[in-house]
Design a protein around this ligand. Structure first.
Ligand SMILES: C=CC1=C(C)c2cc3[nH]c(cc4nc(cc5[nH]c(cc1n2)c(C)c5CCC(=O)O)C(CCC(=O)O)=C4C)c(C)c3C=C
Ligand code: FE2
Ligand code: FE2
Length: 352
């Protein structure tokens, strides 16, 4: 996704999002997309101001990349030296910039590693579509051997990371209330038409939650849990129940005074965790009667998480075709010509 590095980049960042037909299809997209972006700019700028004046997503992604390659050099000397390049979708450093750097460095073997754990056409799919377009333009003779890591939402170390951080958070609840405290898994929502088209994201987020809860049950944790959806934006209908409404109701109906909230679909901190959950919903919870609102840490540079991405990359390098039969299959009702072209390219790239 990427994020604005300062508030002057917010408007162009939002325009890039709302003009991308892979993330949102609007009538008269060129006009309506720009209109929504312009109308949203000052509100979003104020939110970025509250989290330090820009998104920390690049800082975290670079820290993750650096630690990943250092570990890989030791674990997989036969594929060393490893390097990492950051390719964001809506702000610099974009995929085009990353690819230009890759070509300038004379690299001939690249793994496109999506940092979304769960696959959606609106996120990883949009990035792979953009990657196809950029490589077609900058490297038309295909000097690079590509392979792809598209989803890893049930990796055992990812599950361990979330289970550990939930257990750590539950310790912040009084022992007599601890077992009753609800665990609220919150993921970025999708417009309903994307879900109905057959996008696999919702199922994949459910699978992550299922594995985390199975791990916690194994450890004797008996708390109730729910999966809820955050960050709706624009005029479409979105998948619910919404994180905001569930928090409010849990508080006003006196269901609980303690709540553990787990951002389950983000690999690092940014506006959706730091502002929306950490500031906006924390205040809402307080107003609604929830005194103890506990937000679990994002993966960022947590050692278990770094071990997780390293293991995902390591196993992939040993067997690069691992998960790609799923990647080359299309949504049941996908009508995007670009998805078809990209998936054909991926199939061809893999058989090279
Ligand atoms: C799993 C992650 C994400 C999904 C799924 C997703 C879908 C999605 N997002 C929008 C629109 C916006 N997203 C915005 C910010 C944003 N989104 C994600 C992740 C997912 N989006 C992240 C990590 C971020 C934050 C980036 C940062 O701060 O560094 C924004 C901009 C902020 C705002 O205006 O609130 C928009 C807009 C749509 C339409 C969509 C599904 C189709
Ligand atoms: Fe988003
Ligand atoms: Fe698709």
């Amino acid at each position: 996704m990427g994020g604005p590095r300062n508030i002057n980049e917010v408007n162009s960042y939002l325009k890039n999002i709302f003009l991308d037909r892979d993330i949102m299809q609007l009538p008269m997209q060129n006009t309506l997309g720009k209109f929504i972006a312009n109308r949203r700019t000052s509100k979003v700028q104020a939110e970025y101001n509250l989290i330090g004046g820009g998104s920390p997503i690049e800082k975290w992604t670079r820290l993750q990349g650096k630690q990943l390659i250092d570990k890989l050099d030791v674990m997989s000397p036969e594929t060393a030296p490893h390097n990492y390049y950051v390719g964001f979708r809506y702000n610099e450093p974009k995929t085009k910039t990353a690819l230009q750097n890759i070509l300038d460095d004379g690299v001939d073997r690249v793994v496109a590693f999506s940092q979304y754990f769960q696959y959606s056409c609106s996120t990883s799919g949009s990035n792979f579509n953009d990657l196809y377009k950029q490589q077609n333009e900058l490297d038309p003779t295909s000097s690079i051997k590509w392979s792809f890591i598209d989803r890893w939402g049930t990796h055992p170390l990812l599950i361990k990371f979330f289970a550990d951080s939930i257990q750590k958070s539950l310790l912040k609840v009084d022992p007599d209330q601890r077992d009753k405290t609800p665990i609220l898994f919150s993921a970025h929502s999708l417009p309903l038409y994307v879900v109905l088209k057959g996008d696999t994201y919702v199922n994949e987020v459910g699978a992550t939650v299922g594995c985390v809860m199975a791990e916690l049950r194994n450890r004797g944790v008996i708390n109730p849990y729910r999966l809820v959806w955050q960050s709706e934006v624009g005029p479409l209908k979105w998948l619910g129940p919404s994180t905001e409404k569930v928090i409010e109701k849990m508080g006003t109906s006196n269901l609980t005074k303690n709540l553990v909230v787990v951002p389950i679909a983000f690999s690092s901190d940014h506006i959706e965790t730091l502002f929306e959950l950490g500031i906006e919903y924390r205040e809402l919870a307080k107003k609604s009667g929830i005194d103890n609102f506990i937000l679990t840490d994002s993966p960022n540079d947590d050692p278990t998480f770094i071990d997780c991405i390293t293991d995902v990359a390591f196993k992939h390098l040993q067997s690069p075709n691992n998960s790609n039969y799923q990647l080359t299959s299309r949504c049941h009702n996908c009508v995007s010509e670009q998805c078809k072209i990209t998936k054909n390219w991926i199939q061809t790239a893999l058989s090279k």
